[in-house]
Design a protein around this ligand. Structure first.
Ligand code: NAD
Length: 500
């Protein structure tokens, strides 16, 4: 029962070559120590795009040594902040210059619509690096009015060698959120991209070196989580860990950090974000944004509005219009013009989503549209809408990470606050109302890291993002992320003249 829109027949992206498939350590592309490789796949077909060097613990050791040397002896932390800023700005310009190739690689490896990668994600990536380049020379300490005869100040120093592990849903943006603030503060990095999507991290890291980044400052080691990822998290010479991915893996890396050298950890994990449509909401806008909040990026967003709570007075109309919108969603080859939804990332996610759909069908929820595979090859799933969803159903409790909208009915504000907060997650929420008091009440009552009022998925570089509860610890983006990548040193100097 799904109609596909009229996607243009001809692909809109330029052909792109894959030039970087090795590990980037100390400014050089090198094979993995074991000589092993792993395939990265095209989610449109399941075909191999390229074989990528498979890093493991030994390669992480090499990368950490390079990052340590670059931190302890290299020019990067010793440069003036302005010089660091200039290199970051040159990098942002180079990414802009190569944006078509980078977007094509991102779509090929991830399956997201090319237009989304080219027109939204790369501009955000560039903007984020410019934003943090702007911070590099504006990181100030304090003078502290302490008691006694002391002159007290704080020095804000880079933390050292930073380990960063990122997921596959936004390979470029997660690279930016992690690398931008860490470099602005003068740290050096070992980054492990997701095994599903290594291509763009390697490409842009090469561009960073062309922009003047000294060797060893940014090392990219592709490989699997339990080997390469775990080696980063448990390394004794990694001074800080930043992770984005599932809550389950977040617990593992936090444990590894604790058992090794107690490195501080920031975690950006899963979510089950409520999207609350009040009786006075602008329904046209709420329907469109609820659709966007869930289906954007094939539903593969940690903050997806995956519990759509709708007031009983507007429920029937909202449901009809949401269903109609989902049935019009244009699914197809992400390289084609006008396509809104490409394939899911891989077979594992595809099957997991189908298990959730099956569980929804077997419950007393109503399947309004979709519910099946789209096409016969690749990992495409029909945009799916369930109505009459109850809080205790699996589809209302667990992160599906796919194009499956769950619509729930509510009667009053206190009830929806209680139900929205009854989740182990607390990443984000959408609130749709024209009443300022309702908006203020919901904003204060919801236990989440971001509240979007009459909007959703607004990701400015300056806005902090992160979770309450099991959605994570710490905040990324904005001024908050600088704190993740600095040590604060208190400097206390004795004064010997009580008169002054
Ligand atoms: P994951 O958490 O396993 O993977 C994220 C990153 O962690 C990858 O780079 C992976 O290689 C690495 N990793 C995996 N195991 C590791 C380990 N033992 N030690 C260190 N690093 C490790 O996520 P996944 O398996 O790709 O996806 C599973 C689910 O996670 C999804 O269905 C979705 O619900 C959720 N997810 C959330 C986000 C997010 O942005 N919050 C992103 C991706 C996936």
């Amino acid at each position: 029962n799904i109609r596909t829109g009229a996607a243009a027949e001809e692909p809109i992206a330029p052909p792109v070559e894959i030039n970087y498939t090795k590990l980037l350590i100390n400014g050089q592309f090198v094979d993995s120590a074991s000589g092993k490789t792993f395939p990265t796949l095209d989610p449109r077909t399941g075909d191999v795009i390229a074989d990528i060097a498979e890093g493991d613990a030994e390669d992480i050791n090499r990368a950490v040594s390079a990052a340590r040397k670059a931190f302890d002896e290299g020019p990067w932390p010793r440069m003036t902040p302005y010089e660091r800023s200039r290199i970051m700005l040159r990098f942002a310009d180079l990414v802009g210059k190569h944006k078509n190739d980078i977007a094509a690689l991102e779509t090929w490896d991830n399956g997201k619509p090319y237009e989304q990668a080219a027109k939204a994600e790369i501009p955000m990536f560039v903007r984020l690096f410019r934003y943090y380049a702007g911070w590099a020379d504006k990181i100030h300490g304090l003078t502290v009015p302490a008691d006694g005869l002391h002159h007290v100040q704080t020095l804000h120093e880079p933390i050292g060698v930073v380990g960063q592990i990122i997921p596959w849903n936004f390979p470029l943006l997660m690279f930016a959120w992690k690398v931008g603030p860490a470099l602005a503060c003068g740290n050096t990095i070992v980054l492990k991209p997701a095994e599903q999507t290594p291509l763009t991290a390697l490409y842009v890291a090469k561009l960073f070196h062309e922009a003047g980044l000294p060797p060893g400052v940014l090392n990219v080691v592709s490989g699997y989580g339990p080997t390469a990822g775990a080696a980063v998290a448990s390394h004794m010479d990694v001074d800080k860990l930043a992770f984005t991915g599932s809550t389950e893996t977040g617990k593992i890396v936090l444990g590894l950090a604790a058992q090794s050298n107690l490195k501080p950890v920031t975690l950006e994990l899963g979510g089950k974000s409520p999207f609350i449509v009040c009786e006075d909401a602008d329904i046209t806008r709420a329907v469109e944004l609820a659709h966007f909040a869930l289906f954007f990026n094939q539903g593969q967003c940690c903050c997806a509005g995956s519990r759509t709570f709708v007031h009983e007075c507007v429920y029937d109309e909202f449901l009809e219009r949401s269903k109609a919108r989902a049935m019009k969603r244009i699914v197809g080859d992400p390289f084609k013009k006008g396509v809104e939804q490409g394939p899911q990332i891989d077979l594992e996610q595809f099957e997991k989503i189908r298990r959730y759909i099956k569980s929804g069908k077997e419950s007393s929820a109503t399947l309004e549209c979709g519910g099946g595979r789209f096409g016969s090859k690749g990992y495409y799933i029909q945009p799916t809408v369930f109505s009459n969803v109850q809080d205790d159903m699996l589809i209302a409790q667990e992160e599906i990470f796919g194009p499956v909208q769950s619509i729930l009915k509510f009667k009053d504000l206190n009830e929806v606050i209680r139900r929205a907060n009854a989740s182990k997650y607390g990443l984000a929420a959408g609130v749709f109302t024209k009443n300022i008091d309702t908006a203020n009440t919901l904003t204060r009552a919801l236990k989440v890291g971001t509240v979007w009022i009459n909007c959703f998925d607004v990701f400015d570089a300056a806005i902090p993002f992160g979770g309450y509860k099991m959605s994570g610890t710490g905040r990324e983006k904005g001024i908050c992320s600088l704190q993740n990548y600095q040590q604060v040193k208190a400097v206390v100097t004795s004064l010997n003249n009580p008169a002054w």
